[in-house]
Ligand binder design. Structure first.
Ligand code: SF4
Length: 337
């Protein structure tokens, strides 16, 4: 997609930071709370202390594509639609199995194009698509650009989706959610021990999911099963218990890992994946597999009527009602049409 709209990328002063001693600043965007000296970067690589002020250095640096919304993955939100997808560089977690390491681990965004929020709006309108996903890398550390763009999109009746690791502080999250329509949040494990291997912690991620769900944002969750990282079945069982307590209606995508970046273990064994799908399906209403092809249909949990059929190549047929309810027994299925 040709997205070169500007010769130079504009940078922007960051939000959510404070001055501390001797020109150092503290970033308060995510739970890392980085202390950053002049000329240095936060550990996400996306924020720089320039002469005692914090700047977002990935502001306006983008790559874009158009994807089926099911690829995010979102299965209960505008099923069968296409979504304008954009991302930038940097990440605040450090997963050795990252599938987008060329973006998440980049420190300068080389190869990305320059575009301001107005440019994004123009491209989206031109495409005829009415939703935008901030995806490919972690959108919360692109905070200023995502916020400005999503506000502009909202005022033009275009929806915003975040595909996120959920590792963000509560205050910026609250602001971001004001212009967010749907989210897919990754739960990468269910202990601080697992998260510490990825450079984070569990609680902020759970807080993000709980808060977004309580604010009636459409939320789906993804869990990639990575051998050697999150094999513990007990952890998985705890995760399912927690999700069930939030709501059994949260769609869960359990995905198969394939070797990527620094992780070369063999792909997740199908048996391990199936064990987890079986357990999750006993407690949650909507459990889907990811990265294994095959059908992934939505059935009404009450009467078993099919509501959405999905083929392996994004062939989607929707049989739900206008309010996302089962056509047969009228049970609400949490499908946003
Ligand atoms: S957003 Fe980046 S700079 Fe800010 S606290 Fe998180 S990792 Fe550090």
């Amino acid at each position: 997609m040709n997205i070169a709209r500007r010769e130079e990328c504009h940078s922007a002063e960051a939000l959510f930071w404070e001055k501390i001693a001797k020109g150092d600043v503290r970033c308060r965007l995510c739970p890392h709370l980085c202390n950053i000296s002049p000329g240095k970067y936060g550990i996400c690589g996306a924020r720089k202390n320039s002469e005692g002020e914090l700047f977002s250095i990935n502001y306006g640096k983008i790559r874009a594509a158009i994807d089926p919304v099911e690829k995010k993955p979102l299965f209960h939100w505008r099923p069968g639609s296409m979504i304008f997808s954009i991302g930038t560089f940097g990440c605040n977690l450090f997963c050795p199995f990252c599938q987008n390491a060329h973006l998440s681990r980049s420190r300068n965004g080389s190869g990305l194009e320059c575009a301001d929020p107005d440019d994004v709006l123009g491209m989206v309108i031109e495409s005829g698509i009415n939703s935008v996903a901030f995806t490919y890398n972690e959108p919360s550390i692109w905070f200023e650009f995502v916020l400005e763009t999503s506000r502009l999109l909202r005022s033009n009746a275009i929806a915003t989706v975040l595909v996120t690791n959920g590792y963000i502080c509560p205050d910026p999250l609250e602001i971001l959610l004001q212009t967010t329509d749907a989210m897919n949040v990754d739960i990468k494990g269910f202990s601080d021990e697992t998260y510490s291997r990825l450079g984070g912690s569990l609680e902020p991620v759970l807080n993000t999911i709980y808060y977004a769900w309580s604010k009636k944002i459409h939320v789906e969750v993804t869990h990639l099963v990575v051998p050697g990282i999150n094999d513990s079945f007990e952890e998985f069982r705890s995760m399912i218990g927690w999700l069930k307590d939030v709501s059994p209606a949260i769609p869960l995508h359990i995905s198969r890992y394939f070797p990527a970046y620094e992780w070369d273990r063999p792909p997740t064994a199908m048996k391990e994946l199936q064990l987890r799908i079986d357990l999750a399906s006993r407690h949650l209403d909507f459990v889907y597999s990811g990265n294994i092809g095959g059908a992934n249909n939505t059935f009404c949990p009450k009467c078993g009527t099919i509501a959405v059929s999905r083929g392996p190549f994004y062939e989607i047929d929707v049989f739900a009602g206008h309010e996302g309810e089962c056509l047969s027994c009228k049970t609400p299925l949490g499908i946003v049409m």
